[in-house]
Design a protein around this ligand. Structure first.
Ligand SMILES: *Cc1c(COP(=O)(O)O)cnc(C)c1O
Length: 343
C-alpha cells in the first residue's frame, strides 16, 4: 500500500507553515487592517494565496476537485517543490530519461540531488528494463517522465508510462506541458487510481501565457497538501491570476489556435522533409519539430544571421535543431531562408 508519509522528508512533515493574514480571515469584504498594506490604489492588496477563482475554473473543465489541484509560479516551481518535499539533499536520487527537459536536472542540482540518467532508446522511448533495474534503490524517490517529450517531440508509450507508475514505489511526475497538441489522452483521470502520480501541465504553451508563469499540478490531495505547506505564500500574483482566468474562460480561441498550430506543424514537416539539408524530421505530438540536418551548427548560425532563431540541440541529439511552429508567415520565412542555404 502507498504511504505518502514514508516518502516525505522529515523536516517537511515537522515544519509549521507560514501563516499569512489571509489565512486567518478569509472573507472578501471588510476593513482590512491586518496585512500592513497601503490602503490606497488597486494592486495594493496581497493576492489570494490559494488562487480560489482560478482553481474553481480549472477544476470545472479538468473534472478534478480543488484538493487535487496546485498552481505554481510556472512548472519550474512545481519541479522544485517536488525536490523539496521528497528529496533529502545529498542523499536522495531522481531519475530522468534524456534527452529531455533541462530543468529536471538543473533543479536536482540546485537541491543537491543525484540524477540517474536512463537514456531513451533509438525510438525515443523509455528503456524500461534499464529503468526498472534502479527501482530497488531506496534512495530513488522521484522519476520524471515528459510526454510529449521535449526536445524529441514524441509521446511516450502509454503502457510504459503506466508500468513505471505501477512498478515504482516512489513519486512519478508526468510532465504534460505539450499534451494539448497531442491526440494521446491525458493521465489526469488516473490520479485517483495511482496515488504516487503527479500530472503537470502549464499555461506557457498551448494556452499562450508563458509571460504569466503558471504551472498546474494535479495529484492525490495528500501530495497537494504538502506543496501548499511549503510554497511561498503568495506565489502567483493577482495580475497573473486574473490574466490566467480570462484566458481559461476563453477556451474557444485556444482550441482554434491549437488547431492552426497543428496544421502548420504538418505543413512544416512536409516542407522540411523535402529540403536537401534535411536528414530527418522526427514525428511530433508537440508544437515544435526536431529535425536532423547535415550540419546543425552551420545552419543554426546561418539562421541567426537571418534573424531567425531556432534551438540548437545538437549537444543532446546529434545534428538536431528544435524548431517551434510559428505563424504561417513565420514558418514561411524559415522555409524561404532554408531554401536559400548552400552547404
Ligand atoms: C516549456 C515546458 C514547461 C513549461 O514550464 P513553465 O515553467 O510552466 O513555463 C514544462 N515542461 C516542459 C517539458 C517544457 O518544455
Amino acid at each position: 500500500m502507498f504511504e505518502i508519509n514514508k516518502l516525505v522528508r522529515e523536516n517537511v512533515k515537522r515544519l509549521t507553515p507560514y501563516s499569512c493574514a489571509r489565512d486567518d480571515y478569509k472573507g472578501s469584504s471588510g476593513v482590512f487592517l491586518d496585512a500592513n498594506e497601503n490602503p490606497f490604489g488597486n494592486l495594493n492588496r496581497y493576492p489570494d494565496p490559494y488562487q480560489q477563482k482560478l482553481k474553481t475554473a480549472i477544476c470545472r473543465t479538468r473534472g478534478v476537485n480543488e484538493q487535487s489541484l496546485f498552481l505554481g509560479n510556472g512548472s519550474d516551481e512545481i519541479i522544485d517543490l517536488c525536490f523539496r518535499v521528497f528529496c533529502d539533499p545529498g542523499i536522495a536520487k531522481a531519475m530522468i530519461f534524456p534527452p529531455t527537459y533541462g530543468m529536471y536536472e538543473v533543479s536536482a542540482s540546485i537541491n543537491d540531488v543525484e540524477v540517474i540518467k536512463v537514456p531513451l532508446n533509438n525510438d525515443f522511448q523509455i528503456d524500461i528494463k534499464e529503468a526498472e533495474s534502479h527501482f530497488k534503490d531506496e534512495k530513488l524517490k522521484l522519476i520524471f517522465i515528459c510526454s510529449p517529450n521535449n526536445p524529441t517531440g514524441n509521446s511516450m508509450n502509454q503502457k510504459d508510462i503506466e508500468y513505471v507508475i505501477q512498478t515504482f514505489s516512489g513519486i512519478v511526475l508526468l510532465d504534460e506541458a505539450y499534451s494539448d497538441f497531442s491526440d494521446e489522452p491525458s493521465f489526469i483521470e488516473k490520479i485517483n487510481k495511482y496515488p504516487n502520480l503527479i500530472v503537470m501541465q502549464t499555461f506557457s504553451k498551448a494556452l499562450g501565457l508563458a509571460a504569466v508563469r503558471i504551472g498546474i499540478a494535479i495529484s492525490n490531495p495528500a501530495i497537494i497538501q504538502y506543496f501548499n505547506r511549503i510554497k511561498p505564500p503568495y506565489n502567483i500574483s493577482t495580475v497573473n491570476q486574473e490574466a490566467a482566468l480570462n484566458k481559461w474562460t476563453d477556451r474557444n480561441v485556444i482550441k482554434q489556435q491549437v488547431g492552426e498550430i497543428k496544421k502548420e506543424r504538418e505543413r512544416l514537416t512536409f516542407e522540411l522533409t523535402g529540403l536537401n539539408i534535411t536528414d530527418r524530421v522526427f514525428p511530433s505530438d508537440a508544437n515544435f519539430l526536431l529535425i536532423k540536418v547535415k550540419n546543425a551548427n552551420y545552419i543554426y548560425n546561418y539562421l541567426v544571421n537571418n534573424k531567425i532563431i531556432v534551438r540548437n540541440r545538437s549537444a543532446l541529439v546529434d545534428n538536431c535543431l528544435r524548431i517551434t511552429v510559428g505563424t504561417r508567415n513565420e514558418n514561411d520565412q524559415l522555409l524561404n531562408a532554408l531554401k536559400r542555404i548552400t552547404l
